[in-house]
Design a protein around this ligand. Sequence first.
Ligand code: SF4
Length: 293
Amino acid sequence: MHYTGQIYRPPMESETPLLQITSGCSHNRCAFCTMYEGTPFTVSRMEDIEADLEELRRTYGGGVRRLFLLNGDSFALPTKKLLKIAEMIHARFSHIETISCYASIRNIGQKSDEDLKELRAAGYNDLYIGIESGWAPALAQMRKGFTREEADVQLDRLKNAGIRYGALLMFGLGGKGNGERSARETANMLKRNMPFVISAVPTAIAEGSELERMRESGEYTPPTERELLEEELLLLQLLEPEQGCYFFGRHPYNTVPVAGYLSEKGRMIQRLSRALSDLPEEFLESTRQRGHL
Ligand code: SF4
């Protein structure tokens, strides 16, 4: 396989065969992110993609139903190219149902409604989007490359095209004292078009990141453990108990691991509430160091 650069895939895709079509991230500017440091955004050669598809077929057989396209935002590729890659996939895997990948709000904005419908018809679905927060000032400060209004518009367009998405969120992104605002705005944003999965982790301050510099200069003050848990709790309380949406808060950075469908969110709410009343005061008022995203 022609795997190059740093390889990331969502935990939910741990069983899914991975096909690399891009390296790095086309944005690569988010203040907290060092994921693709030293790896410029590049597009894989079609002959490499073709060879990797052959290898995947030899390894997994022709019955594969789901593929995940690497890397940071493969949905940045032009529609024509994505359709061509889908055609190559379907030619080898006749049972394929879902072609999933990371995508950004900007990637979606660069595609027409017609493009999105064509991509959906070709199998593209379950796009994982690093929305992080619905609170506009946090998006701007973290240089996410889109505004809250743009996120609303593009999530509506995805819904109209019938493309599901997974929301990747970061608690504490707004810094100390802004958890409640962030939870309320994030809930408002998600309610417009509920994702099929929400993956939520506390904000990490990676060594060498712009966010580390912002912390040193006082532009960003990390929230306490209490604030992080309260933000998560409030978000869960505000979201509707949707059957089809799975909440994943079990990253090693989540102090209190919770996961489950929102339809059974009571169990997660109870666990977080209990942690907030049972954990030692000293711990709740502390700020835990989390180093990598
Ligand atoms: S957080 Fe996502 S969009 Fe931002 S730089 Fe990192 S990979 Fe790119």
